[in-house]
Structures are given as C-alpha cells and as structure tokens.
Design a protein around this ligand. Structure first.
Ligand code: C2E
Ligand code: CA
Ligand code: CA
Ligand code: CA
Length: 277
C-alpha cells in the first residue's frame, strides 16, 4: 500500500497509452519485417564536386510493407533504438551495404565508398568495430570502401569508450564521418579527440542558401575549418545549382542531394554507376 502512496499517481492518459501501444506494435512488426526480408537499403549518390563523379553512396533504410508500402526511417528508427532492435537491424545494414558494395565492384563498376549510418544506441548494444570487421570479411569489401556516419551525440555520450571503438575502426582502415555536423552537441574538441575523416554539413544549413547570409557564413566556416584540419567535407541536402555553385566556390569536397538523385534502390544505383563507367 505504501508503494502506491503520494507521488505514485498514474499520469498516463488515453493518448499516452495509445502512443505506447503504437510503439509496441511497430516494434513487433519491425522484428518480423527484419526476419521476413521486408527491409531494403536505398542508396544516394555522393558526388565529387570537382569532377562531378559519383564517389560514394549513403545507404538509407526503407521498410517495404506489403500493405502500407514504403515506410520511412523517421517512423521506425527511434522505436528500433529504444527497443533494442537497432542491434540486429544495424548489423543487417552493415552486412547488406558491404555485400552490395562488393557486388558493384565485382561487376566492374567504378569503385565507390559505402556510407552506413550508425546509431549511438548501437555502440551501447553491440561491438560496432567487431561488427564492421565481420561485414568486411564476409563481403570481401576493402575496409577503405566503408565509411561509418555517426552523430555528435554519439561522440558526446561515452567519449572514452567511443574513442577506443573509433581507434579500432581506424586501425581496420574504416573511415569515420560526423553526420548532421553543426546541429548536435557541437564540440570542436571532438574533432581533435576522435579519429575523424569527414564532416557532413547538415542539410539545415544548406536549405536556405543563397537567401540566408547566416547559413552561407556557417557553411563556409565549416568547410574552411574542415579543410584546414585535413578532413573531407560533404554537404547534404543540395537541391539547386546555386547551392552547388556556392559550395564549389568555397572548396567543399562533395555533396549529396536531390540535385543529383534521391536515394534509389540498388539496381537503379547500379545503373547510375554504369552510366558514368
Ligand atoms: P540522415 O542520415 O541525415 O540522412 C539524410 C536524409 O536526408 C535522408 O532521409 C535522405 O533521403 C534525405 N535527403 C537526401 N537528399 C535530400 C535533399 O536534397 N533534400 C531533402 N529535403 N532531403 C534529402 P531518410 O532516408 O528519410 O533518412 C532519415 C534518417 O533516418 C537519416 O538521416 C538517418 O538518421 C536515419 N537512418 C536512415 N537509415 C538508417 C540506418 O540504416 N541506420 C540508422 N541508425 N539510421 C538510419
Ligand atoms: Ca547519414
Ligand atoms: Ca545527415
Ligand atoms: Ca539527420
């Protein structure tokens, strides 16, 4: 009876119960989608700004539900994270991206780098370095063709453990990119402390170029800083020729965005690579 005393009131209302029920339902359906092979990776080109050539592909998850159609990661990644499904799911993504990359290489297509998103939760649940090593070994993809994208929040949470994992990845030859750069727990000290190879400027800073002077100043500063630290800088969410011209003038290395292509299924991405072979 004491446990139910003051402060133990139940604050759940109908909508919270409803939300919790929905998350449980998504979790159960996600587990079975993974088991039944209803998840796919789409690939979005990463383009070298100087040459205009595709030099990489970011792997982006899609859930192809027989009834609902394509479900975007915005709807299920957070459920995967809090339920722990991100562990097996993340392992699958790593394996699948590496295998696909190696299939393109084996088909004689121009060599590209595969960029894979890794959630901060994966670092807590799994040994990400071991997982990458396994995926590289199973697929035969050379380590320098794999890049892991992590967010600043992943770096902030358990910095010492993270530094060790990243050092093991670096020793393997895998590249590390900071995703959504400038939006998170931005600490410039991270760039010094961790073995980072690349920065991805968040699309929020690109969207309003050229109308926002502030966003132009921020993007230009990230590019200049990245370059002087010897990092590769990629701009995300590039949709217009004006945005690309600005980035080129500032010396940005590469870009991703609808200007080149939306994320597409593997087969279509292979055709894009074929076209530039
Ligand atoms: P992100 O890693 O920042 O991925 C970039 C998002 O921007 C993608 O959304 C992409 O489709 C979208 N995008 C690309 N170019 C443009 C553009 O020109 N304009 C606009 N407006 N958007 C563009 P998507 O595919 O819906 O993925 C959303 C987020 O879900 C990703 O953001 C990432 O955080 C997460 N995610 C996707 N796949 C995975 C995965 O395999 N593992 C993990 N942990 N997270 C994933
Ligand atoms: Ca990403
Ligand atoms: Ca991003
Ligand atoms: Ca994002």
């Amino acid at each position: 009876a004491k446990a139910r005393g003051r402060g133990a009131h139940c604050f759940f209302d109908e909508s919270m119960i409803q939300a919790a029920r929905e998350r449980l339902e998504i979790e159960a359906r996600l587990r079975s989608a993974l088991a039944q092979g209803h998840l796919r990776l789409y690939y979005q080109p990463q383009v070298d700004i100087a040459t205009g050539r595709i030099v990489g592909a970011e792997a982006l998850l899609r859930w192809l539900d027989p009834e609902e159609g394509v479900i975007s990661p915005a709807r299920f990644i957070s459920v995967a994270e809090t339920s722990g499904v991100i562990g097996p799911l993340g392992r699958w993504v790593m394996q699948e991206a590496c295998s696909q990359g190696q299939r393109w290489r084996a088909a004689g297509l121009p060599g590209i780098r595969l960029a894979v998103n890794v959630s901060p939760y994966q670092f807590q649940l799994t040994d990400v370095a071991a997982c990458a090593a396994q995926a590289l070994e199973d697929s035969g993809l050379p380590p320098h063709c794999l890049e892991l994208e992590l967010t600043e929040s992943a770096l902030a949470e358990r910095p010492e453990a993270m530094r060790q994992v990243l050092q093991r990845l670096q020793a393997l030859g895998v590249r590390i990119a900071v995703d959504d750069f400038g939006t998170g727990y931005s600490s410039l000290a991270h760039l010094k402390r961790f073995p980072i190879d690349a920065l991805k400027i968040d699309q929020g800073f690109i969207r309003d170029i050229p109308s926002s002077a502030d966003d132009m100043a921020i993007s230009a500063t990230i590019i200049a800083m990245g370059r002087s630290l010897g990092l590769t800088v990629l701009a995300e969410g590039v949709e217009t020729p004006e945005q690309l011209a600005f980035l080129r003038a500032r010396g940005c290395d590469s870009y991703q965005g609808y200007l080149c292509s939306r994320p597409v299924p593997a087969e279509q991405f292979g055709a894009l690579l074929q076209a530039q072979a």
